[in-house]
Design a protein around this ligand. Structure first.
Ligand code: CAA
Length: 395
């Protein structure tokens, strides 16, 4: 097994780290406190190529592999998870979904705008009464011949107030269940699209989360992605990749909190020596380092499998459930290592602890990830090794 990153991957990680530490860090507490959308920072992410990393260069993308994408997500998530969720949704749900399943006309019209950050995209699946149970779509897209008539409400939409293009999942034929669901590209300045108030959240506070209302929106037929009835499969397949992005976000949160705890524990003295030299703290650091590294292996492995065209459904779910639980557990520990200082904003760890929680919820809760993994096990997914498969060589 070869665990080394190549030159390009190392350069991407360095660029993302530099951007996070030198640009994002300065105003992150202020933006979080006042729920200020990181407009300037998102523009810079577009200029630096972080918004369409995996897309083909012919559509303005970076043409990079998924490993590079998770490395960038990890570094940016050490500092600013509002920026990294905007980045994740735009890259892995919107650009990847459109590029993989859209037709040439759709890609020519929308993809370059989205990869550059000129437009930001949103992925509109969740509803007030359809979160985990995503097949229970109440939003309807009625076939009117040359267009669909879209009606309904979507909830918890990341980039909801700032996006110019929505990928909307909606039910066309209820009798067909999930096979009667479509996905439509909706431009937000079309008649009938309304944006609800910005949510006041526990974490990722400066990201832009809204409910969206569609009221008799006319969506041209050519804006349907894939064949009639492909919408639910589109959502599931796209979310498999999205979960790798959120797993990388969770990894970054855990690693960022660990870096802060390690540095603080070496400076802070108690009972005549740095607290890192006390076993109570040293063992916390050891557990953090070990479990974060295990999460990192799962995240990189899922990305590696995706890059090789393997079935990464279970790998992505495993990476997300494990990394998000490591993030939650060790951000709490990082606050504990900081003592009272950890409880105040200036030391950054309390924000990471608040941000960690959402990684166990969005793009499929931990419970849904376990459902996905167990279903894959029971259907005999060959990439869940009982003994390591012969092709599981990492190089
Ligand atoms: N990959 C590929 N296909 C999948 C899939 C996956 N992960 N999960 C399900 N499918 C397919 C199934 O194979 C099935 O296809 P067939 O009928 O052809 O066999 C079809 O989809 C329906 O699947 P199920 O019968 O398993 O449906 P279900 O209702 O029992 O369960 C679920 C589906 C897995 C629970 C699904 O509803 C789910 O993943 N729910 C979570 C939704 C979610 O992740 N929401 C996140 C919102 S987006 C967001 O958070 C973005 C943001 O802003 C940050």
């Amino acid at each position: 097994m070869i665990f080394e990153l190549n030159e390009e991957q190392l350069a991407v990680r360095e660029a993302a780290r530099d951007f996070a530490q030198n640009v994002l860090k300065e105003g992150v507490i202020e933006r979080d406190t006042h729920m200020t959308y990181p407009k300037d920072e998102v523009r810079q992410m577009g200029e630096l190529g972080f918004l369409g990393m995996m897309a083909d260069p012919q559509y303005g993308g970076g043409g990079m592999d998924t490993i590079s994408y998770v490395l960038a997500m990890e570094e940016i998530s050490k500092i600013d998870n509002s920026c990294s969720v905007i980045m994740s949704v735009n890259n892995s749900l919107v650009c990847w979904g459109l590029e993989t399943f859209g037709n040439e006309t759709q890609k020519a019209k929308y993809l370059s705008k989205l990869t550059s950050g000129e437009w930001i995209g949103a992925f509109c699946l969740s509803e007030p009464e359809a979160g985990s149970d995503a097949t229970s779509q109440r939003t309807t897209a009625i076939d009117m011949g040359d267009h669909y008539l879209l009606n309904g409400t979507k909830n918890w939409i990341t980039n909801g107030g700032t996006s110019k293009a929505h990928l909307v999942i909606a039910q066309t034929d209820a009798e067909k269940g999930h096979k009667g669901i479509n996905v439509l590209i909706v431009e937000t300045d079309w008649d009938g699209v309304a944006v609800g108030a910005k949510e006041d959240k526990l974490g990722i506070r400066s990201s832009d989360t809204h409910s969206i209302m569609y009221n008799d929106v006319k969506v041209p037929k050519e804006n349907r992605i894939g064949d009639d009835g492909f919408g639910f499969k589109f959502a599931m397949k796209t979310l498999n990749g999205g979960r790798i992005g959120i797993a990388a976000q969770a990894l970054g949160i855990a690693a960022g909190a660990y870096e802060l705890a390690l540095a603080y524990s070496q400076e802070r003295k108690a009972f005549g020596k740095p607290i890192s030299k006390h076993q109570a703290i040293a063992f916390k650091l050891a557990d953090m380092a070990t479990e974060i590294e295990a999460a990192r292996m799962l995240v990189y492995r899922a990305a590696w499998m995706k890059d090789r065209g393997m079935d990464y459904t279970a790998a992505a779910a495993m990476a997300k459930v494990f990394a998000s639980e490591v993030a939650m557990k060790h951000t709490v520990e990082a606050v504990q290592v900081h003592g009272g200082y950890g409880f105040v904003k200036e030391y950054h760890v309390e924000r990471l602890m608040r941000d960690a929680k959402i990684t166990q919820i969005y793009e499929g809760t931990s419970e849904i990830q376990r459902m996905v993994i167990s279903r894959q096990i029971l259907k005999g997914d060959t990439y869940i090794p009982v003994v390591a498969p012969a092709n599981a060589v990492m190089q």
